[in-house]
Design a protein around this ligand. Structure first.
Ligand SMILES: Nc1ncnc2c1ncn2[C@@H]1O[C@H](COP(=O)(O)OP(=O)(O)OP(=O)(O)O)[C@@H](O)[C@H]1O
Ligand SMILES: [Mg+2]
Length: 327
């Protein structure tokens, strides 16, 4: 039976999960419209993987409802599994087979026809930039290549919904870029994507909507731009050449939000109308013959949003110390 709302590929209502006394999910709600990308953003231990595991029927919730492609994940796990591709699911990639052989094998496991398996395999090899490596044993692949093969294998049956748990963690910038391109292509072809990430930049770049979770609760949601608007205004930063100009520059830039770092000779000020104000400041500094080493205009990032909402950063390095004992 298909329930939930037809235009939402995923719908989560009041989901709860505890491990013993540890409340991991504390009643979370969100929806993912069909064909869109949702980023579940949160620090270590926020409950991202737990959510994905429940949605992919690998774990039972304690309370609440979750529908994937209209099917209840608890009552109709079989139907859900047929609609979903999950990375990490086939972590047991055969190291001694080539990438191509692994894809052919998984295709046959899905009982696709021989023709379909061949066609899909060569499509995915091209899409995932694995053409040159496709005949080599997987044990010779780099981390990024393995990750791409893993995702390719989860896509062999062309599922309409995919879950990606931290798809680019640990990848170098080039592999990350390739992964982003692939994810965007999948979304453009109509696939609904739920991904988790700790990287604001990734959520900003890929997601139509972002759900921010912290300590098992949804603390904010919206489009990347809407969330950034909540973090406040633009910030102009000017770095001077010489310390002797600091006082004069302070008078010129004058403003309530003026922040000065005397060691780096940087002055920064926030404003609602960053570009215009920025130009005025530069003109006045020039008039006063104060040389400027560099200048930049900062738009609020999702990092700022996260910091404002939670009082802590979302990056791995920061949270591992602030969230001690959670992992
Ligand atoms: N099987 C388990 N038994 C006990 N505690 C668990 C279990 N699985 C997860 N946890 C705990 O639940 C919390 C949430 O874990 P989860 O893996 O969902 O977080 P996450 O948001 O994916 O974090 P990360 O960014 O580190 O992947 C953590 O504190 C974790 O230690
Ligand atoms: Mg996780």
């Amino acid at each position: 039976m298909v329930r939930g709302t037809a235009h939402n590929a995923i719908e989560v209502r009041g989901l709860r999960k505890s491990y013993g006394k540890l409340k991991v999910l504390n009643g979370i709600n969100f929806k993912v419209p069909t064909g869109s990308i949702l980023a579940l953003l949160g620090p270590n231990g926020a409950g991202k993987t737990t959510t994905i595991r429940i949605l992919s029927t690998l774990l039972q919730p304690d309370d609440g409802k979750a529908y994937v492609a209209g099917h209840d994940v608890v009552e109709e796990p079989f139907e859900v599994k047929q609609k979903v591709g999950l990375t990490g699911q086939y972590a047991a990639v055969d190291q001694y087979l080539s990438g191509e052989e692994n894809l052919l094998m998984i295709g046959r496991l899905y009982r696709l026809s021989k023709q379909d398996v061949q066609r899909r395999t060569s499509e995915l090899i091209k899409l995932f930039d694995l053409v040159e490596a496709s005949k080599r044993p997987v044990r010779t692949y780099s981390g990024g290549m393995r990750r791409r093969l893993d995702l390719a294998m989860s896509l062999i049956a062309a599922p309409p919904i995919i879950f990606l748990d931290e798809p680019t963690t640990g990848l170098d910038p080039r592999s990350r870029q390739t992964m982003w391109e692939i994810i965007k292509k999948l979304a453009a072809s109509g696939t609904t994507i739920l991904l988790t990430t700790q990287y604001m930049e990734e959520a900003d770049h890929l997601a139509d909507n972002i759900v921010v979770i912290d300590d098992g609760k949804v603390i904010a949601e919206g489009t990347p731009n809407a969330l950034k608007a909540r973090a406040g205004s633009d910030r102009s930063e000017i770095v001077l050449v010489s310390a002797k100009d600091l006082d004069k520059a302070k008078d010129i830039i004058d403003g309530q939000s003026l922040q000065i770092d005397e060691t780096s000779l940087s002055l920064s000020v926030s404003s609602k109308n960053g570009t215009k104000q920025f130009r005025q400041i530069l003109e006045e500094l020039e008039k006063a013959k104060i040389p400027v080493e560099s200048f930049s205009l900062h738009r609020p990032s999702l990092d700022d949003v996260f910091l404002k909402l939670t009082g802590h950063k979302a990056t791995k390095e920061e949270t591992s110390s602030t969230k001690k004992g959670k992992k």
